[in-house]
Ligand binder design. Structure first.
Ligand code: 3HC
Length: 295
């Protein structure tokens, strides 16, 4: 498939990453189906896109007309078949669990056209293993965006053992068409490149607090102002979703060994359901802290 053959993009999962990817695709001029399992999830994703486009317009990063046109290109859907039956390119951004993703791919191959490329936004899971549940492992790759997709420049384009080079080429071209900078990841290993570095950093920050050596605020001041990260480690965990980082660590621990053992502090937050900005509370309180994100 050539880039010109891609007209319709489906994004599966309307959470933090899914709705952000749908927004980026619509801004690049594509017709986008945004699908989630419940009406309220899709609506929430759609509302967040509307909010984000409004912010970009408010800051003169695009005109009101461009914001409206991008929103019009997005169709929120719950019906799976309707969402994928006309897709040229499907980007899956459902929860970071191997079983959930495999179920989605089993259903997807039944309804998506034969020519459609499947790309997963997985943060860490094996591209090869996911591709093998489909009838088109050679048309399958990783397309990993970063949070928030509309602001972050990088996209990792990851090969699986069966991926055809032409699929990686067109996926990179698509990322560029979306205004992003793709980096090809040639080895399908847990966490790929960025999360292999970033998620252990978040974990180590949590271990420092768990051991009583420093507070959340002290670690964040050090990582933000001294090491020079754009956000402190805990602020970043709240932005990404503590559950997302935790699931990545669980997988890295399972495959790569004890160095990646998730800190119990992260497990506690996940059990409490305090997952960061998206739930209003994580390591910081966003409901009472005047943080400018929609709830
Ligand atoms: N759409 C539109 N506007 C948004 C937005 C969005 N999605 N998210 C935030 N904003 C707005 C805020 O509301 C705020 O608006 P305000 O000024 O009216 O209050 C404004 O953007 C903040 O923008 P600034 O340019 O002033 O802020 P920053 O310069 O601090 O940039 C940032 C924000 C780009 C998020 C920056 O802090 C950053 O780069 N943080 C690091 C993020 C990062 O590393 N992400 C990757 C995480 S790893 C990952 O995602 C992988 C996964 O697999 C785990």
């Amino acid at each position: 498939m050539e880039l010109e053959d891609i007209n319709s993009i489906t994004v599966l999962g309307a959470g933090n990453m899914g709705h952000g990817i749908a927004e980026v695709a619509a801004l690049a001029g594509y017709d986008v189906n945004l699908r989630d399992i419940k009406e309220e999830f899709v609506q929430n994703g759609y509302d967040q896109i509307e909010w984000s486009l409004g912010k970009l317009a408010e800051k003169d990063q695009l005109s009101e007309a461009e914001a409206d046109a991008a929103l019009e290109r997005i169709t929120p859907l719950v019906d799976f078949e309707e969402a994928v039956s006309d897709a040229d390119f499907v980007i899956e951004a459902v929860p970071e669990k191997m079983d959930i993703k495999k179920d989605v791919y089993s259903e997807m191959e039944e309804h998506a056209p034969d020519h459609a490329i499947f790309a997963t936004n997985t943060s860490s899971l094996s591209i090869t293993e996911l591709s093998e549940v489909t009838n088109r492992p050679e048309q399958f790759c990783g397309m990993h965006f970063f949070n928030p997709p509309v602001r972050m420049q990088l996209v990792e384009v990851i090969t699986g053992a069966h991926t055809d080079d032409s699929v990686l080429d067109v996926t990179e071209e698509l990322a560029e068409e979306m205004g992003k900078t793709p980096v090809r990841v040639r080895k399908d290993s847990p966490g790929f490149i960025v999360n292999r570095v970033l998620v252990p950093l978040m974990n180590e920050a949590a271990w420092i607090v768990e051991s009583g050596d420093a507070t959340v605020e002290e670690v964040d001041s050090a990582t933000k102002f001294d090491i020079g990260l754009p956000m402190g480690s805990f602020e970043l965990a709240d932005q990404v979703g503590i559950d997302v980082g935790y699931h990545v660590l669980e997988y890295m621990h399972e495959v790569l060994g004890d160095a990646y053992e998730p800190c119990p502090l992260l497990a506690e937050k996940v059990e409490e359901g305090n997952l960061g900005k998206k739930t209003g509370e994580g390591f910081y309180d966003y409901e009472n802290g005047g943080v400018d994100v929609p709830t």
